[in-house]
Design a protein around this ligand. Structure first.
Ligand code: TYC
Length: 98
């Protein structure tokens, strides 16, 4: 076999899964500290990141928290919504296809 016999590998395109944004919605009742706590515990943010995202939602009405595959985005927003409901707060996270 010579070099010229070597066929280039066919480019198999690896499909990337569609991504989903997790969105934090503002409300008038959930304490800022609690929102920050949820962002840190569910989305592994540090204090600064959590404060930024919380304040963006507070001031603009909503903020993108992070982007994940559908399954992870839904799982994390469910987890965050459960934490809020456990405390009786109306805090809401939603997901949206990018
Ligand atoms: N707006 C709330 C308050 O003033 C705090 C808050 C911030 C709630 C962000 C939800 O996504 C939110 N206590």
């Amino acid at each position: 076999m010579t070099d010229t016999d070597l066929k280039p590998k066919p480019k198999t395109k690896t499909a990337r899964p569609p991504l989903y944004k997790v969105i934090l919605l503002n409300d008038d009742f959930t304490p800022r500290d609690f929102v920050t706590k949820v962002l840190k515990s569910v989305f592994r943010m540090n204090e600064g990141e959590a404060l930024n995202v919380m304040m963006t939602a507070h001031q603009l009405g909503a903020s993108v928290v992070a982007v994940f595959t559908k399954e992870i985005a839904e799982e994390k927003s469910q987890q965050a919504n459960d934490m809020a409901r456990d405390e009786g707060y109306p805090l809401a996270f939603t997901t949206e296809k990018e």
